[in-house]
Design a protein around this ligand. Structure first.
Ligand code: IMP
Ligand code: MG
Length: 186
């Protein structure tokens, strides 16, 4: 069983109302930008992007499809991306004629999304853009073009609203920061 998150949470970084308001804005922006542009596909990267996707799609008022893919990083430290990414679940539709928006929870070093973008470009989508709920820009190691950003956040480990801490607490409606010292202490 996981510990009660209140024993290691530092503070609530983004409350539920702020998340919902921003997601509504992003949905309106995407609906505007992709109106009359043809097939729109929201491609969610599992699992962190799931909560964001399901809220975002309900704020997009133009026809669109959703799809999922999963990747995992090779040989990572606990909170460190190695830069090497492997596809563990591929999508089942062709994206050749689609305007694809990649829906991600957070861009940290940028390695994950950079690899996914490279992989998907080879399939020649009509267009390819990134929509990330959170951007931890200070940690970036490779350049990633991000068209839509929910919030820029400081270099802190966060959880909730799709993001996990050791696979738990994705269900929380807010984004909280972790006190890593408290988290490591049993
Ligand atoms: P990147 O390849 O370093 O950009 O790592 C991106 C992935 O690492 C995200 O999709 C998350 O799954 C995970 N990640 C990075 N920072 C955090 C965090 O603060 N909390 C939870 N997961 C994170
Ligand atoms: Mg992720």
């Amino acid at each position: 069983m996981p510990r009660d998150y209140r024993t290691f949470m530092k503070n609530i970084l983004i409350p539920e109302e702020e998340l919902q308001a921003r997601v509504t804005e992003l949905g309106a922006q995407i609906s505007h930008d992709y109106r009359d542009k043809g097939r729109l596909l929201l491609l969610c990267i599992l699992r962190g992007g799931v909560v964001f996707l399901t809220d975002l799609m309900r704020k997009i008022h133009i026809p669109h499809e959703i799809e999922f893919m999963a990747v995992s990083s090779y040989g990572t430290g606990v909170y460190q991306s190695s830069g090497q990414v492997r596809l563990t679940l591929d999508l089942r539709t062709s994206i050749e004629d689609a305007n694809v928006i990649l829906v991600e929870d957070i861009i940290d070093s940028g390695h994950t999304i950079a690899s996914v973008l490279a992989m998907l470009s080879e399939r020649h989508p009509k267009s390819l853009a990134v929509c990330a709920l959170l951007d931890k820009a200070e940690r970036r190691e490779v350049f990633v073009p991000i068209r839509y950003v929910g919030f820029s956040i400081p270099n802190e480990f966060v959880f909730g609203y799709g993001l996990d801490i050791d696979e738990y607490y994705r269900n929380l409606p807010f984004i909280g920061t972790v006190d890593l010292e408290k988290f490591k202490t049993p």
